[in-house]
Design a protein around this ligand. Structure first.
Ligand SMILES: Cc1cc2nc3c(=O)[nH]c(=O)nc-3n(C[C@H](O)[C@H](O)[C@H](O)COP(=O)(O)OP(=O)(O)OC[C@H]3O[C@@H](n4cnc5c(N)ncnc54)[C@H](O)[C@@H]3O)c2cc1C
Ligand code: SF4
Length: 495
């Protein structure tokens, strides 16, 4: 049972009963130390593994939970100690995990069977099969998924409500109140003794974040409670404000379930069906559709893309800059970045629009080297893993795949953040200004980014309006000069 396959009814368990087979789990020292992870990430992942081991033992399973320098060492140690007749494992979620299993299949004197992956609706490679010769676009994939799963589809094969996407209803700016006013999410007990012990245990490892708040479920039961709470109290508000950001509301109406889903403790199909069923209980269609799209659409699309191409070397925009200093602990006057970084520091969590339109967009327009950005996101967030990081960061946020995944880059000026948040009101910068000491770094970099990549992006029909607006600017020389200052400030920690 790998650390992200924490499903005791998963494919590797099929055909086995407690008392007849032993469950091997390995806490790999290498994996623990690979990056300076956010403190809450180790608390979540290792905490979930240990709780699962206990729960399996309580149900009569023999469990070999071992600590080893690497995963391979752990498997070898298990084989040496227990001489199993065979090993069964669910399909790893990363290329390196799969390569390791293949190596062990060759090297070990025991048969290793690889079964389906845990935590996904589609198989690796199935994205291509579903789309056939069509352009791989999320909307097309999502429609096919709705049809295949018969989810929010009427008997006539048409989408319930008449449209496949309710996105136009789901892009409202935040209210004028201090926070969104959504009912609180499910959260674990603040003084959970296992969490406290884990924070102490890993205190010596290189880590980021001051930690202290686990916000994601660490057992299947907790995950179900988080889902219940979301559907009962928060789903209705999810749709309209799913793209909004507020100074005093770190969770908005988000579900906080990516962690347990990515650890294999909460099935995405189960999540999507429960949310779709909530329509019958009166949940608004725009929220239900918006959420179902995230899970059977975006999440599966990203998973499919992970297996479709290599990511590590992708750098279509020739980006070479370091991760902005404000993301590495330097103070910043950019309010939107401050708020996202506070969430990461405390909880290892930022919500989707903060990841995409604040942190991602900043790195895109600064020209941050894509793999450095990927490693940063990975270390910063508790719900990260290889399959989800690479396409989201390299493809979606940084457009470093040259547009394989998305039709255009998510570049945006401060005007977008001003519209979709209340951050700009209390910011030292002015989102309307592209030059001068109070110019918003997003606005300056937006125009400079379009200008820098004019040749490449000018050929993209979806960028033509932006390019026409760029051509209308008569202050481009000033913007270019100010952009150099902004970049120096971002690199030097004075932005
Ligand atoms: C640059 C960048 C980095 C990201 N890093 C991660 C990551 O490390 N781990 C991760 O699980 N998600 C990641 N995402 C996707 C998304 O931001 C998170 O899944 C979401 O913020 C998790 O919080 P939530 O459960 O409250 O989500 P909600 O907003 O409530 O959304 C519901 C669910 O939809 C799924 N989902 C929606 N969009 C995506 C997506 N693009 N990729 C994968 N799943 C998606 C998630 O499972 C999420 O739990 C990233 C997105 C971007 C743009
Ligand atoms: S003015 Fe610019 S930097 Fe400040 S919060 Fe708005 S978008 Fe962010």
């Amino acid at each position: 049972m790998l650390g992200d396959q924490l499903d005791p009814s998963g494919p590797a368990f099929r055909g086995h009963r407690p008392g007849e087979a032993r469950v091997l789990m390995v806490e790999s020292e290498f994996a623990l130390r690979r990056l300076p992870y956010n403190r809450e990430r180790r608390v979540l992942v290792i905490g979930a593994m240990r709780r699962m081991a206990e729960s399996l033992r309580a149900r009569g399973w023999m469990v070999d939970l071992r600590q080893a320098p690497t995963l391979a060492d752990g498997v070898r140690g298990h084989v040496a100690d227990h001489a199993p007749e065979g090993i069964v494992v669910a399909h790893p979620t990363s290329r390196s995990g799969l390569a390791l299993v293949r190596r062990l299949q060759r090297d070990l004197p025991v048969r290793i069977d690889v079964r389906d992956a845990v935590g996904f609706i589609t198989r690796p490679g199935e994205l291509g099969e579903i789309l056939g010769r069509r352009q791989p676009r999320m909307d097309t994939f999502y429609r096919e998924m709705r049809r295949r799963l018969d989810m929010l589809v009427g008997p006539d094969g048409k989408p319930v409500g008449g449209a496949w996407s309710m996105d136009t209803e789901n892009r409202r700016p935040p209210p004028r109140t201090r926070d969104l006013g959504a009912p609180a999410p499910w959260l674990p007990a603040a003084d959970d003794p296992i969490d406290r012990a884990l924070r102490d245990e890993f205190a010596g490892l290189p880590e980021t974040g001051s930690g202290g708040e686990r916000v994601m479920a660490a057992t299947p039961e907790q995950a179900e409670a988080a889902l219940d709470r979301f559907i009962d109290a928060r789903l209705a508000g999810f749709g309209p404000h799913q793209d909004a950001m507020m100074d005093d509301d770190w969770a908005m109406s988000h579900a906080l379930i990516s962690g347990p889903m990515n650890l294999g403790m909460l099935s995405p199909l189960h999540v999507a069906r429960r949310v779709a069923d909530a329509l019958g209980d009166g949940a608004p269609l725009a929220s239900v559709e918006g959420f179902v799209r995230q899970v059977i659409g975006w999440r599966e699309y990203v998973w499919g893309w992970y297996w479709r191409r290599p990511w590590r070397q992708a750098n279509a925009l020739d980006a070479t800059a370091p991760v902005p200093a404000a993301l590495m602990g330097a103070p910043t006057r950019m309010r939107c970045v401050q708020v996202a970084m506070e969430g990461i520091d405390q909880r290892g969590y930022s919500h989707h629009i903060q990841r995409l339109m604040v942190l991602g967009t900043l790195m895109l327009m600064r020209g941050t080297q894509p793999w450095s950005a990927t490693r940063w996101f990975w270390a910063a967030h508790v719900d990260a893993s290889a399959w989800v990081m690479a396409p989201n960061v390299v493809g979606m946020a940084l457009f470093a795949d040259g547009g394989d995944m998305m039709t255009k880059p998510y570049a945006a000026s401060g005007a977008y953040i001003k519209r979709m948040s209340n951050h700009c009101k209390s910011c030292a910068y002015d989102p309307r200004l592209a030059t001068g000491p109070r110019a918003c770094p997003f606005t300056t970099l937006y125009w400079d980014f379009l200008d820098r990549h004019r040749e490449r992006l000018g050929q993209n029909p979806r960028m033509s309006l932006s390019m026409r607006n760029l051509d209308r600017r008569d202050d481009l020389p000033d913007i270019r000069a100010h952009a150099r200052t902004v970049m120096d400030d971002l690199d030097g920690g004075t932005a």
